[in-house]
Design a protein around this ligand. Sequence first.
Ligand code: 13P
Length: 406
Amino acid sequence: MPLVDMRDMLDHAYRNGYAVGAFDLVSLDFLEAITDAAERCRSPVILSLAESHFEHYDFELAMAATEAAARRAEVPVAIHLDHGASLDSAVNAIRLGANGVMVDASHEAFLDNVERTRAVVAMAHACGVPVEGELGYVAGVEGEDAEKHPGEVVYTSVEEAKAYVKRTGVDFLAVSIGTVHGRLRGRPKLDCERLKRINQELRIPLVIHGGTGLAEEQFRRLIANGVAKINYYTALADAAGDRIRANAKANGAAGYTTLVRGVRAAIAEEAERCMRLWGSAGRAAEVLMQCRPWRSLQHVILYNVEGAGDAAVDALMAEGREVLARIPGVRRVVTGWAVPDKPRFRFCWLVEFASRAVIESYRDHPLHRAFADEKFWPLAPDRVSVDFEALDVRAEAAPPLRRAAN
Ligand code: 13P
């Protein structure tokens, strides 16, 4: 089970002086390339999905594939929502399998940023999920020329960073010290003195957005000053784009699969270069040993009903599926009738939680309280329940399916 607690993963990087790459993926080619690169150099990796890219793919389908890739990986993996715009975005990402979320309210005034971030932290921590906040503003747009988006960079202030972390409780802080999102001409000038002071004051893993285009020496200085997570996308997209253009040039009538031939290998090569440069390569085994595995928790209830007919039971189940699924940290609600007929218990609920932390927040959530106290418990006094942490049988038993890079 190589999904690991992302807080543990970044704490390990922070303490040991390296950075984990958070590579934004926009297709299966990216997903496979990034995981292939991590496996090749035995590196922990963060599979990152940015809300700004959701117009290009179906987030729910992409998360299913991302989770499947993480499960079959042999290196430690975390799944992260990048640039989440709202509390709902974070709730949804956790429901779909993210075990780290970013809330990006960095364009807002300080107090509004604090308020929005605090709400996400309260919800995510109740699910066991760590949160990245951002203070200061990193301009630009991933995958595009930075100079086309000349929004003003706002540098992170050391004093505000201290107050922000204290008041929000974020686990990691994205700082603005001169990087921009997207493609650059030349190198940005980084304010590493500012970064050093932020690191001395906060002592939590720091995050750099806009990793594309920095020099090797710049990366080394960032990591030496507390950066434990580097967000990276444009250079991967450009490696893919170059390969597609070369394929189109070589074969003007090329169809889709011919056009994308070699794209995975090109992305993987660039991702692997980063993992080696940032010092995460070769760390997989110690991260797996030292970090808690990230496991969902299955909450099972077997029950009989007294004083209600079958139609009323069906209605109760339908209401429960709808209501309970809205509680943060609940990944799915499954209900059913036992087969064959006449077992000790006739009915069953299976509620899947993102992690064991959700047991408490679920129990106390007003939606659960109202449904359980008023509807379910009075009808079902004869019941047993058990919670268990899920080990994925398929992933444990089946040999990983691997194929050569295209
Ligand atoms: P680049 O596209 O500049 O590498 O930045 C990626 C990023 O910061 C995603 O959050």
